[in-house]
Design a protein around this ligand. Structure first.
Ligand code: NI
Length: 215
C-alpha cells in the first residue's frame, strides 16, 4: 500500500472525465487500497480516483467515528439513482486543504455501485447523514464536479478559498440550483421561527417559576 499525492484545486486533473471500471483487475484493487490508505493518512471521510489523478469511476468512503472500528467502503462505477430533500451541508475536501463552505446537497440518496469483488449493491443513505453527503460529494468528483460548484454563497466561498491560498470559484462551473436554494431557505426560516418560539416559551416558563417563588 502507498499514500498517494492528492491533486489540489486549481489542477485540471480534478475536472478530467472518468471511465467506467471494466474488469476489477489487481491494478484497480491496488488503487482502491492505496486510496483508502491515502484517505486515512489525510483524515478524510472520502476520496475519489480523480483526486489521485486516476480517471476511473471509483471512490472510497469511511464515515466511522473515531471511537468506532474502521469501515472502508469501496464504490466501483457508482450511480446515484435517486436524490431528494435539499439541505445545507458544511463541507470541505482533501483537494482544498483547510477550506470549508456551505453547499447544497440532498438529505436522501440511493446509490447503485459494485464492490471490489464486482458484486452489485444498492445503498440508501438518509436524513442528511455524513454518509449521504459524502456519497454525493464523491460521485460528483467522478463527474469533474467540485463541492464549491454547489456553493450557496460565492462571496463566503471565495473569502474562504482566499484564506487558504486556493484559487477562487470558477464561475463557469457554478451550478444553477435556485430551486434547491429556495427549499433550503424556506426550511431555515421555519427553523429560526421555531427556535424563537421555543426561547419565548422558556422565558415565560422562567418568569412563571420566579413568580411562584415570590408567592
Ligand atoms: Ni472532495
Amino acid at each position: 500500500m502507498a499514500v498517494l499525492r492528492i491533486v489540489r484545486y486549481g489542477e485540471d486533473l480534478l475536472r478530467q472525465p472518468t471511465k467506467e471500471v471494466g474488469k476489477i483487475s489487481s491494478k484497480i484493487k491496488k488503487l482502491a487500497s492505496d486510496m483508502i490508505e491515502t484517505m486515512y493518512a489525510n483524515n478524510g471521510v472520502g476520496l475519489a480516483a480523480t483526486q489521485v489523478g486516476e480517471g476511473y469511476r471509483l471512490f472510497v468512503i469511511d464515515v466511522a467515528e473515531e471511537n468506532e472500528p474502521a469501515n472502508p467502503l469501496v464504490f466501483v462505477n457508482p450511480k446515484i439513482v435517486k436524490k431528494f430533500d435539499p439541505i445545507n451541508s458544511y463541507e470541505g475536501c482533501l483537494s482544498f486543504p483547510g477550506a470549508y463552505t456551505n453547499v447544497r446537497r440532498y438529505a436522501n440518496v440511493v446509490v447503485k455501485a459494485k464492490d471490489l469483488k464486482g458484486k452489485p449493491f444498492v445503498l440508501e443513505a438518509t436524513d442528511g447523514t455524513l454518509l449521504a453527503k459524502a456519497i454525493q460529494h464523491e460521485t460528483d468528483h467522478l463527474d469533474g464536479i467540485l463541492f464549491v460548484d454547489h456553493a450557496r454563497n460565492r462571496f463566503e466561498a471565495n473569502a474562504e478559498l482566499a484564506k487558504h491560498e486556493l484559487p477562487p470559484i470558477e464561475d463557469e462551473n457554478l451550478l444553477n440550483e435556485d430551486e434547491m436554494e429556495n427549499i433550503i431557505q424556506i426550511a431555515e426560516v421555519k427553523e429560526a421561527e421555531e427556535e424563537k418560539q421555543k426561547k419565548l416559551q422558556e422565558e415565560q416558563d422562567a418568569q412563571t417559576a420566579a413568580a411562584e417563588i415570590h408567592e
